[in-house]
Design a protein around this ligand. Structure first.
Ligand code: APR
Length: 245
């Protein structure tokens, strides 16, 4: 592993445009459960609560689960060493953008500036009628469902439900960065969710070196990955940072 870490550090130092594509795995060590796998949320909850069509018909019922999954669990999560190393890499000019499937806001909280949130952000709630957006701290989630102060419509978390389109700006920024990338770090993703999983594939097609950090194999590993650093994100990125800084 040490040789692979040294080789990876050399590749990163020589790259003038590196992106990081992150999934639920990078936040596991912050106490945010993954969606799939042994301790996956989808083993415990029915994903229909995040199906847009079902939600629009059963918003009140869905909110009970949504608060439990995304606000009770996420509320106290803090960035872990993996998030902090990516922030330090950006500051040092070794990372040009983070493209994340995560809605937990932890890359921002770690200090990263160029973050494209492909699936939105759970820290914002939106009124689907008048378009008003609220910070979650402005809204009392004790009484559900939360309502818009302007028109009393039920507020929806400002992240992507199944069947909902990807935010335009995040989408175009992500693919523009993937086309420019010399190196793409994939951290903690199964690669099962589309169109997000097309981002690293686009980077590969544009000639990028793909470096994957995951204790398990993913759908990327046998298809596009050049170097698989098999381990937990905070462990591997901490080792990497000692070679980079
Ligand atoms: N460090 C690195 N990777 C890890 C760690 C860790 N400590 N723990 C688990 N992983 C890996 C798992 O091996 C798995 O490959 O993280 C991945 C988590 O898989 P998922 O939960 O399926 O996450 P992801 O691929 O990001 O899919 C998430 O699915 O439900 C949708 O939209 C939702 O953005 C979300 C997307």
């Amino acid at each position: 592993m040490d040789l692979l870490i040294k080789e990876t550090a050399k590749i990163l130092k020589e790259s003038d445009f590196t992106i990081a594509f992150t999934g639920a795995g990078i936040s596991v060590e912050s106490g945010v459960p993954p969606f799939r796998g042994e301790h996956g949320l989808w083993n415990k909850y029915n994903p229909e609560v995040l199906d847009l069509g079902y939600y629009l018909d059963h918003a009140e019922k869905c909110w009970g689960y949504i608060r439990e999954i995304f606000y009770d669990f996420f509320a106290d999560a803090k960035p872990n060493p993996a998030h902090l190393v990516l922030a330090k890499m950006e500051e040092a000019g070794l990372l040009q953008a983070v493209i994340t499937q995560n809605i937990d806001n932890l890359h921002h909280e770690a200090g990263n500036k160029e973050v494209y949130e492909f699936h939105g952000n759970s820290k914002k709630l939106k009124c689907l009628k008048c378009g008003s957006v609220y910070d979650v701290n402005e809204v009392d989630l004790e009484s559900l469902p939360p309502l818009c102060k302007k028109d009393s419509e039920i507020l929806k978390p400002d992240f992507i439900f199944f069947g909902e389109g990807i935010p335009h700006e995040a989408y175009s920024n992500s693919f523009a960065a993937a086309e420019r990338a010399k190196v793409c770090l994939i951290i903690g993703s199964t690669g099962e969710v589309t169109p997000a999983s097309y981002v690293p594939r686009t980077a590969k097609q544009s000639g990028a070196t793909i470096i994957e950090i995951n204790p398990e194999e993913s759908m990327f590993t046998s298809q596009i990955t050049d170097i698989h650093l098999k381990g937990k994100a905070s462990e591997i990125l901490t080792k990497l940072s000692s070679e980079l800084f």
